[in-house]
Design a binder for this molecule. Structure first.
Ligand code: M6R
Length: 415
């Protein structure tokens, strides 16, 4: 059997033989022959893929997406027990940490949802590990490479590990001799194999096209890695940041939101049942989560949704606000909360239907949804849950196939 992803054959086998670029495989009923471009026969041992086929089942959930949203608290807890030692320090390969510590700038290269997780990661690496960090869209970076620093290191962030836009950047990075690390959910994937280092996201198989638990796992692993790197560099801020506690608070807060599914269904109907467009606004990490919440709504409910930096509305986009235009405002950053609130009031005054999602310490009467308090760098771990569930219920109400939206594939293996 031949497939582009191990998940497609898990019901049949856990033994897989990988093929590299330029190789030719001939399958007969009883033989597999692999040759390189020069016609030489290659001997390649199979690898064992350790994904439990049962993890790839839907169970009692109506859609994979709802199952995967519901698994997020367990993923947070699993990542803590997998990566954090008894002293509260995340443990990663020391050669990899030394390579990261030697870099004068980190370049996070990713696409779609993973890019949005990379934007959240910028703050974490800069704040906890003291290293300038920038997130880039792989499809842009590949052809318009910025001026690189003297000692760059590349972090490829990818659920599938097969995204072609990212792969072409990795090929160039390797040719140039720069060090690379892939953070991926599929540790046997091409991008994991080809980078110098690889770290597993450990979210478990993600089947729904809309990425959910991989996003929160990416943010959590970035936090773990940033803390480990900061401690490797003996930075006091990293030592003081209790990442295990934060992730366990995140797990509890996520569960509280998942338990409010009925309310979120009502809000989804109220906000998005009739609309053709919608806006998500916030500042800082709330802006980054706005981008991701908008992408979720777009891809599975086909509502034209945009994520905006709240302060940018007045520079043009506010012209689109009409009576009943849905606007979701994320308010979790103490530094900018008052300003985002005033942006929400500005659109409300022009007729918008505003849904305010605020963290407990910043909540005000009239806010429709409250999320638990968390370090402001990590609030997307909570605020994206209503973003995911609002998209899920909107798609459901409109009668679409939530797991398999039109025109999209799970692994995007073309540029
Ligand atoms: O597998 P990757 O994380 O590299 O995929 C990147 C994007 O194609 C992916 O995140 C896409 O945006 C999601 N399916 C959106 O939910």
């Amino acid at each position: 059997m031949v497939a582009s992803d191990a998940l497609a054959m898990l019901q049949e086998t856990d033994q897989f033989i990988e093929l590299n670029d330029g190789e030719l495989v001939t399958l007969t009923a009883d033989q597999i022959t692999i040759e390189n471009a020069a016609g030489e026969q290659l001997d390649r041992a199979p690898i064992t893929v350790t994904i439990d086929a049962a993890d790839a089942e839907k169970g009692t959930f109506p859609f994979y997406m709802l199952k995967e949203i519901s698994e997020q608290p367990a993923v947070m807890r699993r990542l803590v027990s997998r990566y954090v030692d008894d002293a509260g320090t995340p443990q990663f390969d020391s050669a990899m940490l030394s390579a990261l510590a030697a870099a004068d700038r980190l370049y996070i290269v990713a696409a779609g949802t993973s890019y949005h997780a990379g934007l959240v990661g910028q703050n974490l690496f800069e704040h906890l590990a003291g290293v300038p960090t920038e997130a880039y869209l792989a499809s842009e970076f590949g052809y318009h490479q910025p001026l690189l620093s003297a000692k760059p290191m590349f972090i490829f962030l990818t659920q599938s590990g097969e995204t072609a836009d990212i792969r072409q950047v990795l090929v160039n990075v390797k040719q140039a001799g720069y060090p690379s690390l892939t953070l991926t959910n599929v540790i046997t994937s091409t991008l994991a194999r080809e980078a110098d280092y690889a770290v597993e996201l450990g979210a478990g198989p993600e089947i729904a096209v809309a990425s959910t638990k991989a996003y929160t796992a990416q943010v959590a692993v970035e936090a773990l890695l940033a803390k480990a790197l900061g401690q490797h560099k003996a930075l006091p801020l990293a030592a003081a940041f209790d990442v295990a506690h934060q992730l366990s608070l995140a797990a509890t807060g996520q569960q509280a939101l998942i338990d409010q599914q009925d309310k979120l269904h009502e809000l989804a109907t109220e906000m998005f049942a009739q609309t053709r467009n919608a806006f998500f606004i916030g500042r800082g990490t709330d802006y980054y989560v706005s981008l991701e919440a908008a992408l979720k709504l777009k891809e599975i409910s086909y509502v034209q949704a945009e994520g905006f930096a709240a302060g940018e509305l007045k520079h043009g986009t506010i012209a689109l606000i009409e009576q009943d235009t849905p606007v979701v405002a994320f308010i979790t950053d103490p530094i900018t909360a008052a300003r985002t609130r005033s942006n929400a009031e500005e659109v409300e005054a022009r007729g918008a239907k505003v849904l305010r999602i605020a963290s407990a310490a910043l909540a005000e009467p009239g806010d429709q949804l409250i999320v638990d308090d968390l370090d402001p760098m990590l609030t997307p771990l909570l605020t994206i849950i209503p973003g995911q569930l609002l998209a899920y219920f909107t798609s459901l109400d409109r009668g679409y196939d939530v797991d398999r939206p039109r025109n999209l594939a799970k692994s995007v293996t073309v540029e």
